[in-house]
Design a protein around this ligand. Structure first.
Ligand SMILES: [Zn+2]
Length: 470
């Protein structure tokens, strides 16, 4: 059975076949750092973190690239309001974002690429689009001319004629079509600017992403992800830019989009003033509970955010982690001899694993995957009362370590924590040192040999012993 994912471009689930064997290139639209990281960001980036982790688990060699829109209207509007230089504001909220992602266990991104580091590549793409008559210049601004790109609308399935008649906002009269978008914006007083063949200015939003992705991935790549509010016009614009610039299509093979976060029936958004910052949630809940809450919905479904639902998630997550803690505690006293519950638990682990992977293969259905784990913990409780051997307890914990690595959950429960390993090895080394000082070389040699056998590499330095895990 292969992996299937929902491709927005096809409006259907498709078999996943990367462009180059097992190598996968994934780009996800990153943040514009001008305010605190909110629950909508957490939803999208946790979802793509699980997707990345699962692809790697499946044996794909994945490069995960995320951009940072560090120069943008929203930053430039906000900075004077709070009286902070625009670049400091960006740095501050980027740091806030990265800290939040770390707390939520988002560890899969290979590179965060800031737009301002790609100005030459942006200029090169704008020049190419002008040369190919896909763009035009007006007073130092450069616009993309959407009528020049035949496929415009193929991702969003938006009809241009409809847009024209439905335009409600004031239209820039210099544009040939109201939907033409800025590739380059001429310098305004007080704004950051860079030199270009069209005069000083700064890049438009959409061109940043294609400049970054074409630089790292070339003209075509496998997966582009983001929240589904970016399908139009942002991703439509990206396709128009990249396919016109490189002459190759499709620019991206699979377009993946996460569902909205909904608050009391309404989509969360700045305009509705119902944004929930992640830090507000983390004042009351463990980040792992929030991550579980987000993962407990398949990535395309909307998430209804309420504190009641989060409380429910905390209890549900607790049912799994309590079972894991219990298994760990029992393991320290368990015997190797066969237990009466062994056979049933082993069967339950096998069927839960098969259900788990089947669900993940079906467009990353984390909801169904977690349902399999709930049913496994229920069986575990019954079997534990009947008696379990050390072997089956280990198998149970190992299985959860695998699920946990993929979902980014059960950290420090299924696997022994890093602190614990640190402490235990430190303790052994001190005992070895004591033995050596006391002339018991046999004991000190034995500790060294046993640790080496476990793959721990020891090195005696002038400052004492140092060690490294395999
Ligand atoms: Zn983007």
């Amino acid at each position: 059975m292969g992996l299937k994912l929902y491709n927005t471009l096809a409006r259907a689930k498709e078999e996943f076949e990367p462009l180059q064997g097992r190598r996968v290139k994934m780009f996800v639209c990153g943040i514009t750092p001008y305010d605190h990281t909110h629950i909508g960001h957490a939803r999208t980036y946790v979802a793509f973190d699980v997707i990345a982790r699962y692809l790697r688990h499946r044996g794909y060699s994945l490069f995960y690239l995320q951009n940072v829109t560090d120069v943008d209207d929203r930053i430039l509007t906000r900075a004077p309001e709070v009286d902070i230089p625009w670049d400091d504001l960006g740095d501050e909220y980027l740091a806030d974002y990265l800290k939040t992602m770390e707390a939520l266990g988002v560890t899969s991104v290979n590179l965060y690429a800031k737009a301002t580091d790609y100005i030459p590549e942006i200029i090169e793409q704008v020049e190419g689009l002008l040369a190919g008559d896909y763009a035009y210049q007006v007073d130092g601004d450069v616009f993309y001319q959407i009528s020049s790109f035949q496929d415009y609308g193929k991702l969003s399935r938006v009809k241009l004629e409809k847009l024209r008649s439905g335009a409600r906002v004031e239209v820039d009269k210099r544009k040939r079509n109201p939907q033409d978008f800025a590739l380059w914006k001429s310098r305004k007083p007080g704004e950051p600017h860079w030199d270009s063949p069209w005069g000083a200015g700064r890049p438009g939003w959409h061109i940043e992403d294609t400049a970054i992705s074409v630089t790292h991935f070339g003209p075509q790549y496998d997966i582009h992800g983001a929240g589904n509010d970016l399908i139009f016009p942002h991703h439509e614009a990206e396709i128009a830019q990249a396919e016109a610039f490189t002459g190759r299509k499709p620019f991206v093979k699979y377009w993946m989009h996460t569902g909205f976060v909904v608050i009391k029936g309404e989509r969360m958004g700045k305009s509705l003033g119902n944004i929930i910052p992640v830090k507000e949630v983390l004042e009351r809940y463990d980040p792992e509970v929030l991550r579980f809450f987000l993962v407990y919905t398949q990535y395309r479904s909307p998430i209804d955010f309420t504190y009641e639902a989060l409380e429910e998630a905390r209890r549900a997550y607790g049912r799994i982690t309590e079972a894991l803690e219990r298994a760990r505690a029992e393991l320290s006293e368990a015997r190797e001899e066969r237990g009466d519950g062994d056979e049933e638990l082993r069967g339950a682990i096998a069927s839960a694993s098969s259900d788990f992977f089947e669900a993940m293969d079906d467009d990353f259905n984390t909801r169904d995957a977690l349902a399999a784990l709930f049913s496994l913990t229920t069986t575990f409780r019954v079997d534990l009362d009947r008696g379990l051997s050390a072997g089956s307890l280990r198998e149970f914990l190992d299985a959860f370590e695998t699920y946990g690595t993929i979902l980014g959950l059960f950290r420090g429960v299924a696997a022994p924590s890093v602190d614990l390993i640190d402490g235990l090895i430190g303790l052994l080394l001190r005992l070895r040192e004591d033995a050596r000082r006391g002339g018991d070389y046999e004991a000190s040699d034995r500790i060294r040999k046993e640790l080496t056998k476990l793959g721990v590499r020891l090195e005696d330095t002038s400052k004492g012993p140092r060690w490294r895990l395999p």
